[in-house]
Design a protein around this ligand. Sequence first.
Ligand code: NDP
Ligand code: OXD
Length: 309
Amino acid sequence: MRTFAFIAQDDDPDQWREWLTRDLGPIELFIHPNIPDRPIDYVLAFRPPIGSIAKLRGVKVVFSLGAGVDGLADDATIPAHLPIVRMMDDGLIEGMTEFVLHSVLSAHREADDFARLQRAHRWDHRDHKFARERTVGVLGLGKLGGAAARALRALKFQVLGWSRTPRQVEGVECFHGAAGLTAMLRRTEILVCLLPLTPETERILNASLFAQLPRGAYLINVGRGKQCAIDDLVAALDSGHLGGALLDVFPEEPLPAASPLWDHPKLRITPHIAAMVMPRSATRYVVEQIRAYEAGGKLVNLVDRGRGY
Ligand code: NDP
Ligand code: OXD
């Protein structure tokens, strides 16, 4: 019988056990910290405590229950030879694409302003731009950023995209590296961050980046909270340089109830729900990989520990 260790405090082990059992037959799934000292085949993990995987015996593959692997890629105690597969089921791409489209369209059609006008009982007309007249910049052109950029393009937005290495996405003007970022930012009216958290991207959304955006630009951060220097963001919103922002991710999660961010008039907040990993579809992805691995096939979406994502 296959053995699993479950080290993911925000996920529901019972659902994972149920769905894995439907596909694989009986399994043993042990929940951190109650994992016995016996061989474990597979680990299911999201932001596991440092060292918690290294002390397990016999592990064949670690499955990240998130697309983001911060907390796994940077745990130096995990043996270098141990494959780490990140979550990338179709549901995650579909969910993120929907969320980005909804957020960009809301910013584009000034939904926050109209909500304020409603609260003030004001019936104010104004002209609006069409999507083809609006430029959206996407930081990160990977599985999620690439899909979001293509979907925005399909709605006729002018789409710019930025990656670490040169990329091509049909219909999207692509930039890379530091010079590329500067060139992209100065034209970006709505900026979507879909970067992985690495030492290079930590606090990348800071005062200097905001200053390069045109006045009134809107920020959507669906990457990771630590990518945003919150004080710089609040200053840019308060000065009017940024028109608004949507944050789905925060340096500290859950966002403390006492945080002043909740009440900032130019901030829209969602509780890290842009794309949810749902056991009913995510288990299919894990099971397919387990079957391929056990048949001597290749694992896909492997984390490159050197580059950190
Ligand atoms: P991928 O690994 O597929 O793509 C990452 C992209 O970011 C690549 O295009 C990569 O460049 C680029 N990148 C990485 N480092 C840099 C850098 N230093 N400078 C410029 N570009 C860089 O990731 P995904 O698209 O699958 O996911 C992105 C992130 O979204 C996840 O890491 C996670 O943090 C976040 N996420 C958030 C969720 C939410 O609910 N809010 C849900 C799921 C994920 P290159 O192409 O050259 O490699
Ligand atoms: C992820 C997330 O990385 O949910 O999948 O943030």
